[in-house]
Design a protein. Structure first.
Length: 153
């Protein structure tokens, strides 16, 4: 069963650090900030998601990535990353609901998480199914590590 493996926040930049719970609002996660607002944040990019399985696979390829190191707010486990599409809705156990808006475009700030700075390893156009995803918040609320995640569409 899919669940929230880790929730990650920062005062801007990476890595984002683990917290046990967070309040989720339309504009993002309470306590999370962004240095570059032209490319991060806002209602269409309120939450950034990534899969623990992808992180582990990238580590096996020799990349020094770890949960939160590439700026994702939610590290999820058990979600079929290959099925994600724009418009996919994820509902969390306590009621928070988000809708995927688009794959993210990696930037140089996450280069330290990749062997030889190879950020294109998570570029959707080159490696479909390996990118992080942005999402908008449909239903606000509290979110906790360990909550079950349901894929609705």
């Amino acid at each position: 069963m899919a669940h929230v493996f880790q929730i990650n926040l920062s005062n801007g930049g990476v890595p984002k650090l683990a917290v046990p719970f967070v309040l989720v609002h339309a504009w993002g996660l309470e306590g999370d900030a962004h240095r570059e607002l032209r490319h991060h944040g806002g209602e269409e990019r309120a939450v950034c998601l990534y899969a623990l399985e992808r992180i582990l696979d990238l580590q096996a390829e020799g990349h020094p990535i770890y949960p939160g190191s590439i700026g994702e707010n939610l590290t999820l486990f058990g979600v079929d990353w290959n099925r994600l599409r724009t418009g996919t809705i994820l509902r969390f156990q306590a009621g928070v609901e988000i809708e995927l808006t688009r794959p993210t475009t990696p930037c140089h700030t996450i280069a330290a998480s990749f062997k030889d700075g190879a950020i294109e390893r998570v570029l959707h156009e080159r490696h479909p199914g390996w990118s992080r995803w942005y999402a908008r918040v449909l239903r606000e609320g509290e979110l906790r590590v360990g909550e079950t995640v349901y894929m609705l569409t």
